[in-house]
Design a protein around this ligand. Structure first.
Ligand SMILES: NC(=O)c1ccc[n+]([C@@H]2O[C@H](COP(=O)([O-])OP(=O)(O)OC[C@H]3O[C@@H](n4cnc5c(N)ncnc54)[C@H](O)[C@@H]3O)[C@@H](O)[C@H]2O)c1
Length: 265
């Protein structure tokens, strides 16, 4: 076995690593930040929401992260993504892990999707992810190591009625992940994605006319999810932490479904 593969089984298997996490103010990005903090990572949280990101940063410090920074910015802007990564490397000397959890949704079929709706979803979910991965890869390829974990979705692999732009954007995330994995495998970089099912985060209620009731969500889970419940964000965060760590040293180009059995059918 290679000496470079960690045998750390203390639970602190991200210690010594600097991780940039987008969407770190809420939902699964925030849960991932807390999980990484408990595993000893230095963290850079990126979000549009400064207040939310500051709150999560405090929780991460309390959970044991050696250092935590917050960067407020819109990931759909290429120059912002370059600046986020370059300033991380200037501050901490490295970017070992990138997690791209920032995302948005438009709940409508194509006839109710305007040009602006389409561009907003593609701008955050696809452009933003590509810009950040590219910026991180500039440094990771020089370092000869690194791990990227992108947030895909079950809707990237199977279709769903009423979310055209979102489904297309997540399909693109899965293919971006595979293409980058193959482009950079020989440079010691791993690129994977998680594909969550229905997860109990603020996104579940966003972009709807009325927020879903508990009864609605349970009925949806009963009808569509073999485990008959929504996921909690922490259940996804633990998989992200595994993929980011050396425990996943032989995994690249993989889309890991964390969906309570949804796509097993
Ligand atoms: N919740 C689900 O059921 C579910 C299922 C599958 C996949 N996903 C994906 O998981 C990821 C995380 O989703 P979540 O449910 O935790 O969502 P969330 O809404 O709780 O959090 C998303 C975060 O991204 C930030 N963000 C949005 N646009 C941004 C931008 N342009 N620049 C910077 N930050 C921005 C938001 O401010 C927010 O803090 C997303 O990519 C989402 O598409 C969610």
């Amino acid at each position: 076995m290679s000496d470079s593969i960690s045998n750390d089984r203390t639970g602190k298997n991200l210690s010594g690593k600097t991780a940039v996490i987008t969407g770190g103010a809420s939902g699964m990005g925030a849960a991932t930040a807390r999980e990484f903090a408990a595993r000893g990572a230095t963290l850079v949280l990126v979000d549009l929401d400064q207040q939310g990101a500051d709150l999560v940063a405090g929780e991460c410090r309390a959970a044991g992260a050696p250092a935590v920074s917050v960067k407020v910015g819109d990931v759909s802007q290429s120059s912002t993504c370059d600046e986020i990564v370059d300033s991380t490397v200037a501050e901490y000397g490295t970017i070992d892990v990138l997690v791209t959890a920032a995302g948005t949704i438009h709940r409508a079929d194509s006839l109710r999707t305007s040009d602006d709706d389409w561009r907003r979803v593609m701008g955050v979910n696809v452009d933003g992810m590509f810009f950040l991965c590219r910026a991180a890869l500039r440094h990771m390829t020089t370092a000869g190591s690194g791990a990227i974990v992108n947030f895909g979705s079950i809707w990237g692999g199977v279709g769903s009625a009423g979310s055209t732009a979102y489904c297309v954007s997540k399909g693109a995330v899965h293919q971006l992940t595979r293409a980058l994995a193959l482009d950079h495998v020989e440079q010691g970089i791993r690129v994977n994605a998680v594909a969550p099912g229905e997860v109990n985060t603020p996104m579940l209620s966003s972009q709807r006319d009325t927020p879903p009731t508990e009864e609605f969500l349970q009925a949806m889970a009963d009808a569509t999810i073999p485990m008959k419940r929504l996921a909690q964000p922490e259940e996804i965060a633990r998989v992200v932490a595994f993929l980011a760590s050396d425990d996943a040293s032989y995994i690249t180009g993989e889309i890991v479904h964390v969906d309570g059995g949804y796509t097993a059918r």
